[in-house]
Design a protein around this ligand. Structure first.
Ligand SMILES: NC(=O)c1ccc[n+]([C@@H]2O[C@H](COP(=O)([O-])OP(=O)(O)OC[C@H]3O[C@@H](n4cnc5c(N)ncnc54)[C@H](OP(=O)(O)O)[C@@H]3O)[C@@H](O)[C@H]2O)c1
Length: 253
Protein backbone atom coordinates (compact mmCIF):
# COMPACT_ATOMS: atom_id res chain seq x y z
CA UNK A 1 0.00 0.00 0.00
CA UNK A 2 1.26 3.48 -0.79
CA UNK A 3 1.32 6.11 1.94
CA UNK A 4 -1.86 7.68 0.59
CA UNK A 5 -3.61 4.31 0.32
CA UNK A 6 -2.64 3.49 3.91
CA UNK A 7 -3.87 6.83 5.20
CA UNK A 8 -7.16 6.67 3.28
CA UNK A 9 -7.85 3.02 4.14
CA UNK A 10 -7.25 3.59 7.86
CA UNK A 11 -9.32 6.77 7.97
CA UNK A 12 -12.24 5.22 6.05
CA UNK A 13 -12.16 2.13 8.23
CA UNK A 14 -12.16 4.16 11.45
CA UNK A 15 -15.00 6.31 10.16
CA UNK A 16 -16.99 3.16 9.34
CA UNK A 17 -16.55 1.85 12.87
CA UNK A 18 -13.46 -0.34 12.67
CA UNK A 19 -11.36 0.06 15.81
CA UNK A 20 -8.42 -2.25 15.15
CA UNK A 21 -5.45 -1.50 12.89
CA UNK A 22 -2.63 -3.94 12.24
CA UNK A 23 0.66 -2.39 11.23
CA UNK A 24 4.34 -3.38 11.49
CA UNK A 25 7.82 -1.95 11.23
CA UNK A 26 8.24 -4.19 8.18
CA UNK A 27 5.28 -2.66 6.32
CA UNK A 28 6.88 0.79 6.41
CA UNK A 29 3.46 2.33 7.00
CA UNK A 30 3.50 3.14 10.71
CA UNK A 31 3.86 6.87 9.96
CA UNK A 32 0.68 6.97 7.87
CA UNK A 33 -1.26 4.77 10.27
CA UNK A 34 -0.34 7.20 13.07
CA UNK A 35 -1.38 10.17 10.96
CA UNK A 36 -4.74 8.61 10.12
CA UNK A 37 -5.44 7.76 13.78
CA UNK A 38 -4.54 11.30 14.87
CA UNK A 39 -6.71 12.84 12.13
CA UNK A 40 -9.64 10.58 13.02
CA UNK A 41 -9.41 11.34 16.75
CA UNK A 42 -9.24 15.07 16.08
CA UNK A 43 -12.15 15.04 13.67
CA UNK A 44 -14.43 12.71 15.63
CA UNK A 45 -13.59 13.58 19.24
CA UNK A 46 -13.08 9.85 19.84
CA UNK A 47 -10.05 9.21 22.02
CA UNK A 48 -7.01 7.19 20.97
CA UNK A 49 -7.78 4.77 23.84
CA UNK A 50 -10.79 3.54 21.90
CA UNK A 51 -8.62 2.40 19.03
CA UNK A 52 -6.60 -0.82 19.14
CA UNK A 53 -3.28 -0.54 17.37
CA UNK A 54 -0.94 -3.45 16.79
CA UNK A 55 2.63 -3.21 15.56
CA UNK A 56 5.39 -5.76 15.24
CA UNK A 57 9.10 -6.16 15.76
CA UNK A 58 10.83 -6.92 12.46
CA UNK A 59 14.26 -8.14 13.54
CA UNK A 60 14.94 -10.55 16.36
CA UNK A 61 18.44 -9.53 17.46
CA UNK A 62 19.05 -8.64 21.10
CA UNK A 63 17.18 -7.54 24.20
CA UNK A 64 18.27 -3.93 23.79
CA UNK A 65 17.70 -3.79 20.03
CA UNK A 66 14.13 -5.01 20.57
CA UNK A 67 13.39 -2.18 23.00
CA UNK A 68 15.12 0.32 20.73
CA UNK A 69 13.14 -0.84 17.70
CA UNK A 70 9.88 -0.71 19.65
CA UNK A 71 10.57 2.89 20.75
CA UNK A 72 11.38 3.80 17.14
CA UNK A 73 8.07 2.27 15.98
CA UNK A 74 6.19 4.27 18.61
CA UNK A 75 7.98 7.44 17.56
CA UNK A 76 7.17 6.84 13.87
CA UNK A 77 3.53 6.19 14.74
CA UNK A 78 3.45 9.24 17.01
CA UNK A 79 1.94 7.11 19.78
CA UNK A 80 2.74 6.69 23.49
CA UNK A 81 1.90 3.00 23.49
CA UNK A 82 0.74 0.13 21.27
CA UNK A 83 -2.24 -1.93 22.33
CA UNK A 84 -0.49 -5.03 21.07
CA UNK A 85 3.09 -5.64 20.04
CA UNK A 86 4.11 -8.83 18.28
CA UNK A 87 7.36 -10.58 17.52
CA UNK A 88 6.78 -10.67 13.74
CA UNK A 89 8.40 -14.06 13.30
CA UNK A 90 10.22 -16.78 15.20
CA UNK A 91 13.36 -16.36 13.06
CA UNK A 92 16.61 -16.28 15.07
CA UNK A 93 16.72 -19.50 17.07
CA UNK A 94 15.70 -20.43 20.62
CA UNK A 95 18.07 -18.23 22.63
CA UNK A 96 17.38 -15.11 20.57
CA UNK A 97 13.63 -15.73 20.86
CA UNK A 98 13.96 -16.07 24.64
CA UNK A 99 15.89 -12.80 24.86
CA UNK A 100 13.40 -10.93 22.68
CA UNK A 101 10.44 -12.30 24.60
CA UNK A 102 11.94 -11.10 27.89
CA UNK A 103 12.41 -7.62 26.33
CA UNK A 104 8.76 -7.65 25.33
CA UNK A 105 7.67 -8.64 28.85
CA UNK A 106 9.71 -5.71 30.20
CA UNK A 107 8.25 -3.34 27.58
CA UNK A 108 4.79 -4.29 28.79
CA UNK A 109 5.79 -3.66 32.43
CA UNK A 110 7.10 -0.27 31.36
CA UNK A 111 3.76 0.60 29.75
CA UNK A 112 5.10 0.88 26.20
CA UNK A 113 2.66 -1.81 25.13
CA UNK A 114 -0.59 -3.04 26.66
CA UNK A 115 -0.34 -6.62 25.40
CA UNK A 116 2.39 -8.71 23.87
CA UNK A 117 2.21 -11.56 21.44
CA UNK A 118 3.86 -13.42 18.62
CA UNK A 119 3.31 -14.01 14.94
CA UNK A 120 4.02 -16.96 12.68
CA UNK A 121 4.92 -19.07 15.70
CA UNK A 122 4.62 -22.81 15.18
CA UNK A 123 3.98 -25.44 17.84
CA UNK A 124 7.64 -25.74 18.80
CA UNK A 125 7.96 -21.98 19.36
CA UNK A 126 4.84 -21.78 21.51
CA UNK A 127 5.97 -24.84 23.48
CA UNK A 128 9.35 -23.15 24.07
CA UNK A 129 7.67 -20.19 25.82
CA UNK A 130 5.43 -22.52 27.83
CA UNK A 131 8.53 -24.42 28.99
CA UNK A 132 10.23 -21.20 30.10
CA UNK A 133 7.43 -20.67 32.60
CA UNK A 134 7.11 -16.97 31.78
CA UNK A 135 4.13 -14.87 30.64
CA UNK A 136 2.50 -16.42 27.60
CA UNK A 137 1.70 -14.43 24.46
CA UNK A 138 -1.88 -13.13 24.38
CA UNK A 139 -2.02 -13.65 20.62
CA UNK A 140 -0.42 -15.73 17.89
CA UNK A 141 -1.02 -14.07 14.52
CA UNK A 142 -0.76 -16.71 11.79
CA UNK A 143 -2.10 -17.26 8.28
CA UNK A 144 -5.49 -18.73 8.95
CA UNK A 145 -8.38 -19.38 6.57
CA UNK A 146 -10.20 -22.48 5.34
CA UNK A 147 -7.36 -23.32 2.93
CA UNK A 148 -4.69 -22.99 5.69
CA UNK A 149 -6.01 -24.18 9.03
CA UNK A 150 -2.83 -25.01 11.01
CA UNK A 151 -4.72 -27.46 13.27
CA UNK A 152 -1.72 -28.23 15.51
CA UNK A 153 -0.92 -24.57 16.11
CA UNK A 154 -4.59 -23.79 16.73
CA UNK A 155 -4.77 -26.65 19.24
CA UNK A 156 -1.77 -25.62 21.34
CA UNK A 157 -2.86 -21.97 21.32
CA UNK A 158 -6.45 -22.70 22.25
CA UNK A 159 -5.45 -25.05 25.05
CA UNK A 160 -3.17 -22.37 26.52
CA UNK A 161 -5.55 -19.42 26.23
CA UNK A 162 -3.62 -17.82 23.36
CA UNK A 163 -5.98 -15.99 20.98
CA UNK A 164 -5.60 -16.78 17.29
CA UNK A 165 -5.39 -13.82 14.98
CA UNK A 166 -5.81 -14.56 11.28
CA UNK A 167 -3.62 -12.85 8.75
CA UNK A 168 -4.70 -13.29 5.13
CA UNK A 169 -8.21 -14.11 6.42
CA UNK A 170 -9.41 -13.73 2.80
CA UNK A 171 -6.70 -16.11 1.56
CA UNK A 172 -5.66 -13.01 -0.37
CA UNK A 173 -8.62 -13.56 -2.69
CA UNK A 174 -6.98 -16.63 -4.28
CA UNK A 175 -9.94 -18.91 -3.55
CA UNK A 176 -12.97 -16.70 -4.10
CA UNK A 177 -14.06 -18.88 -7.00
CA UNK A 178 -13.74 -22.21 -5.19
CA UNK A 179 -17.06 -24.09 -5.76
CA UNK A 180 -17.77 -24.54 -2.03
CA UNK A 181 -17.12 -20.87 -1.33
CA UNK A 182 -19.36 -19.83 -4.23
CA UNK A 183 -22.12 -22.23 -3.16
CA UNK A 184 -22.15 -21.00 0.46
CA UNK A 185 -21.87 -17.42 -0.69
CA UNK A 186 -24.97 -17.78 -2.90
CA UNK A 187 -26.87 -19.53 -0.11
CA UNK A 188 -26.39 -16.54 2.24
CA UNK A 189 -26.43 -13.81 -0.42
CA UNK A 190 -23.01 -12.71 0.80
CA UNK A 191 -19.73 -12.28 -1.07
CA UNK A 192 -16.97 -14.91 -0.92
CA UNK A 193 -14.92 -12.44 1.15
CA UNK A 194 -17.73 -12.13 3.69
CA UNK A 195 -18.05 -15.92 3.88
CA UNK A 196 -14.34 -16.37 4.62
CA UNK A 197 -14.37 -13.65 7.28
CA UNK A 198 -17.48 -15.10 8.88
CA UNK A 199 -15.81 -18.52 9.00
CA UNK A 200 -12.93 -16.94 10.92
CA UNK A 201 -15.23 -15.11 13.34
CA UNK A 202 -17.20 -18.31 14.06
CA UNK A 203 -13.90 -20.02 14.91
CA UNK A 204 -13.15 -17.16 17.34
CA UNK A 205 -10.28 -15.88 15.24
CA UNK A 206 -9.49 -12.18 15.24
CA UNK A 207 -9.68 -11.35 11.53
CA UNK A 208 -7.69 -8.50 9.97
CA UNK A 209 -8.67 -8.19 6.29
CA UNK A 210 -6.76 -5.70 4.18
CA UNK A 211 -8.26 -3.54 1.44
CA UNK A 212 -7.48 -0.24 -0.25
CA UNK A 213 -11.05 0.06 -1.53
CA UNK A 214 -13.66 2.01 0.45
CA UNK A 215 -16.45 -0.25 -0.81
CA UNK A 216 -14.60 -3.43 0.11
CA UNK A 217 -13.62 -2.10 3.54
CA UNK A 218 -17.31 -1.42 4.14
CA UNK A 219 -18.39 -4.83 2.82
CA UNK A 220 -15.79 -6.62 4.94
CA UNK A 221 -17.44 -5.22 8.07
CA UNK A 222 -20.91 -6.43 7.12
CA UNK A 223 -20.54 -9.91 8.53
CA UNK A 224 -22.50 -9.71 11.75
CA UNK A 225 -26.00 -10.09 10.28
CA UNK A 226 -25.77 -13.74 9.27
CA UNK A 227 -24.49 -17.04 10.56
CA UNK A 228 -22.88 -19.98 8.80
CA UNK A 229 -24.60 -23.26 9.64
CA UNK A 230 -22.76 -26.24 11.09
CA UNK A 231 -22.95 -27.81 7.64
CA UNK A 232 -21.38 -24.70 6.02
CA UNK A 233 -18.64 -24.62 8.64
CA UNK A 234 -17.90 -28.33 8.17
CA UNK A 235 -17.68 -27.91 4.41
CA UNK A 236 -15.28 -24.95 4.75
CA UNK A 237 -13.30 -26.79 7.44
CA UNK A 238 -12.71 -29.55 4.90
CA UNK A 239 -10.89 -27.31 2.42
CA UNK A 240 -7.49 -27.17 4.14
CA UNK A 241 -4.73 -27.65 1.56
CA UNK A 242 -1.85 -25.90 3.35
CA UNK A 243 -2.12 -22.95 0.99
CA UNK A 244 0.77 -20.57 1.60
CA UNK A 245 -0.32 -17.10 0.48
CA UNK A 246 2.76 -15.18 1.60
CA UNK A 247 5.50 -16.67 3.72
CA UNK A 248 5.73 -19.74 5.92
CA UNK A 249 8.15 -19.76 8.85
CA UNK A 250 6.21 -21.79 11.40
CA UNK A 251 8.74 -24.62 11.23
CA UNK A 252 11.84 -22.46 11.42
CA UNK A 253 14.34 -23.87 13.97
N1 LIG B 1 2.13 -11.42 10.51
C1 LIG B 1 2.40 -11.63 9.23
O1 LIG B 1 3.41 -12.25 8.89
C2 LIG B 1 1.47 -11.11 8.19
C3 LIG B 1 1.62 -11.52 6.85
C4 LIG B 1 0.71 -11.01 5.90
C5 LIG B 1 -0.29 -10.14 6.30
N2 LIG B 1 -0.40 -9.75 7.61
C6 LIG B 1 -1.45 -8.81 8.07
O2 LIG B 1 -2.71 -9.34 7.68
C7 LIG B 1 -3.43 -8.37 6.92
C8 LIG B 1 -4.29 -9.07 5.89
O3 LIG B 1 -3.55 -10.01 5.14
P1 LIG B 1 -3.29 -9.95 3.57
O4 LIG B 1 -3.30 -8.57 3.11
O5 LIG B 1 -2.09 -10.77 3.34
O6 LIG B 1 -4.48 -10.77 2.94
P2 LIG B 1 -6.08 -10.71 2.91
O7 LIG B 1 -6.62 -9.69 3.85
O8 LIG B 1 -6.53 -12.11 3.02
O9 LIG B 1 -6.37 -10.29 1.38
C9 LIG B 1 -6.11 -9.02 0.89
C10 LIG B 1 -6.46 -9.05 -0.59
O10 LIG B 1 -7.86 -9.25 -0.78
C11 LIG B 1 -8.42 -8.16 -1.51
N3 LIG B 1 -9.73 -7.87 -0.91
C12 LIG B 1 -10.00 -7.32 0.30
N4 LIG B 1 -11.32 -7.28 0.54
C13 LIG B 1 -11.92 -7.80 -0.56
C14 LIG B 1 -13.27 -8.02 -0.92
N5 LIG B 1 -14.27 -7.70 -0.09
N6 LIG B 1 -13.52 -8.55 -2.13
C15 LIG B 1 -12.52 -8.86 -2.99
N7 LIG B 1 -11.22 -8.69 -2.71
C16 LIG B 1 -10.92 -8.16 -1.50
C17 LIG B 1 -7.44 -7.02 -1.37
O11 LIG B 1 -7.46 -6.19 -2.51
P3 LIG B 1 -7.78 -4.61 -2.40
O12 LIG B 1 -6.83 -4.02 -1.41
O13 LIG B 1 -7.56 -4.13 -3.79
O14 LIG B 1 -9.22 -4.52 -1.95
C18 LIG B 1 -6.11 -7.76 -1.29
O15 LIG B 1 -5.65 -8.10 -2.58
C19 LIG B 1 -2.35 -7.46 6.32
O16 LIG B 1 -2.85 -6.19 6.03
C20 LIG B 1 -1.34 -7.43 7.47
O17 LIG B 1 -1.73 -6.46 8.42
C21 LIG B 1 0.46 -10.24 8.55
Amino acid sequence: MSDQETYDACLWALEMGYRHIDTAEWYENEVCVGKAVAAFCKKSGISREEIFITSKLKNNRTYSSALKDLRASLKRSNLDYFDLYLMHSPIGGPSVREEIWSAMIDAQKEGLVRSIGVSNFGVRHIQEIIDQNVSLPTINQIDLHPFMRHPDIVKICESNGIVLEAWAPLARGYKFSHPSVIKISKKHSKSPAQILLRWGIQHNHVVIPKSVSKERIQANSEIFDFCLSEEDMNELDGLDEYLVTDWDVVDTP
